[in-house]
Design a protein around this ligand. Structure first.
Ligand SMILES: NC(=O)c1ccc[n+]([C@@H]2O[C@H](COP(=O)([O-])OP(=O)(O)OC[C@H]3O[C@@H](n4cnc5c(N)ncnc54)[C@H](O)[C@@H]3O)[C@@H](O)[C@H]2O)c1
Length: 459
């Protein structure tokens, strides 16, 4: 059983102009007035909102893990190797997965966790019953927000796989709950911690690219076989291609770029335009792999195989973000960041900085990393070797636990979760209306102006 399916609501058209730019001071915070900027209930709450949350330090982080599938089991394995945390409860609709987690946890020398396997809402019983500091979820997309809200309502921090939310309303729900209950709601964007992404962030912080003007990212990954599997993601991911035409998975490409561009910390996504091309890949795959009378052959898909969005930031910078998961192609997140002095271009990784190296010639990323490796990778690269997705998953889990133990703001906060995830519905809205601009809500309610930029984090 799933929660109510996504409703991509009637698009609210862009309302640029004087009204939208009128800023109201409220309780010391600056909040944006305008149809799409902030909901009235949210405005009222902003007077008490904590800005960037730093919760009291937790000596040993007690974790409840919900959704121990492919990605969840990778996080469980990581957490078992990180000091200062314990997985004390696990939940999955498939008991064989909580059995797997129990074996892994006991095998690592910890007491067996309590298992919650009584159906798709049993995470609520977990959240209500267990004495926990953090509930971490790697469930299918439609369950992220229900799990996180149950966590925060019951006094626990929440962390989720990506995207955090699939609708604007759900993005607001996370922001409001995080502020109301003063709990972290972290979207675990592992690509923020990949080696090249961290190197580029380090280079951007050193000013090597000059003033940053433009970025491009995306998620270009042939998922056709995975979407049609009869287990794991095949059970839920393809269904989204039947109901939403937009960018279903914007955060891998956008997350690292947003950090470089100080999104929510000096700049913010202001508005977006999006368009999709035809939908062919899944139809072709079904035709080629399933007999004529199978249910897969009767499915219809609305997701354009290539969706392209352009985001304009408040400070005038531009970001292109793409989604392409239904066509044959090698993997890419594009990963391009350009400034007045040079640029980085991923896939393959290369750098060009004016005045360094030969004119008009790229320097290979592998050479650049010798000079510009991010300190976290210098400190933790060896330890993360062998962990999921080239080690970046271990680094993100490590940093989450370190922030909670230290009582520090998490590297990624609820405003990042909301702004990055909002692209799902906003891209669908714009695509549905001939690419008209749609405003990106200011989930920080003006605090993006005063929140300090993300620094260079360490182990
Ligand atoms: N960051 C990354 O690189 C990355 C990679 C893969 C997946 N993901 C994300 O991880 C999440 C899970 O993806 P996956 O590949 O592990 O999928 P999966 O299908 O393998 O795992 C999902 C798990 O959740 C369980 N589940 C489903 N509904 C549940 C509910 N209501 N309560 C408890 N458990 C429930 C399923 O039984 C399954 O074990 C998704 O959000 C996906 O986008 C991220």
């Amino acid at each position: 059983m799933m929660p109510a399916p996504i409703k991509v609501r009637a698009m609210r058209e862009s309302k640029h102009g004087v009204g939208r730019r009128e800023f109201l001071a409220a309780g010391g915070a600056v909040v944006v007035a305008g149809a799409t900027a902030a909901r009235p209930d949210a405005l009222a709450q902003s007077q008490n909102s904590p800005g960037v949350l730093a919760a009291p330090p937790i000596q040993s982080v007690r974790i409840g893990f919900v959704g121990v599938g492919l990605q969840g089991s990778s996080h469980v394995n990581n957490l078992l190797k990180i000091d200062g945390c314990r997985i004390v409860a696990v939940c999955d609709v498939r008991p064989e997965r909580t059995d797997w987690a129990t074996r892994a946890i006991v095998g690592a020398g910890h007491p067996p966790p309590t298992a919650y396997t009584r159906g798709p809402r049993d995470f609520e019983r977990l959240a209500e019953t267990e004495d926990l500091d953090l509930i971490y979820t790697a469930t299918p997309w439609e369950w992220h927000v229900p799990v996180m809200l149950a966590a925060m309502r019951n006094g626990k921090h929440a962390a989720t796989e990506v995207p955090a939310a699939m609708t604007i309303d759900d993005c607001w729900a996370l922001v409001e709950a995080s502020e109301k209950f003063r709990k972290h709601a972290v979207m675990m964007e592992n690509c923020n911690y990949d080696r090249m992404e961290m190197m580029v962030f380090n280079m951007a912080r050193q000013g090597l690219f000059g003033e940053l003007l433009h970025a491009e990212g995306g998620y270009l990954h042939d998922l056709r076989a995975i979407k049609f599997e009869d287990h794991n993601e095949g059970l839920w991911r393809r269904a989204w291609s039947q109901k939403v035409d937009g960018n279903l998975y914007p955060t891998h490409g956008l997350g690292p770029l947003a950090n470089c561009l100080d999104i929510n910390r000096g700049d913010r996504f202001e508005y977006l335009v999006s368009m999709s091309g035809p939908s062919r890949g899944l139809q072709d795959w079904a035709r080629e792999h399933f007999p004529v009378d199978t249910p897969q052959r009767r499915e219809t898909y609305v997701l354009g195989d290539v969706n392209t969005s352009l985001i304009k930031t408040e400070r005038g910078r531009t970001i292109m973000v793409q989604h392409c998961t239904n066509l044959p192609r090698p993997y890419s997140r594009i990963h391009m960041l350009q400034g007045t002095k040079g640029l980085f271009q991923g896939y393959p990784n290369r750098v060009y900085i004016e005045g360094r190296g030969k004119v008009d010639e790229w320097v290979a990323g592998d050479d650049a990393v010798k000079e510009f490796e991010h300190p976290l990778w210098k400190e933790m690269g060896e330890r993360s070797a062998g962990a999921g997705h080239g080690g970046m998953d271990f680094l993100e889990d490590y940093r989450l636990i370190a922030s909670l133990r230290g009582g520090e703001p998490t590297d990624m906060n609820v405003y990042d979760a909301a702004a990055l995830s909002a692209v799902v519905e906003l891209s669908a809205q714009s695509t549905a209306r001939r690419s008209r601009p749609v405003d990106v809500p200011d989930f920080t309610r003006g605090r993006w102006r005063t929140t300090p930029p993300l620094g260079i984090v360490h182990a």
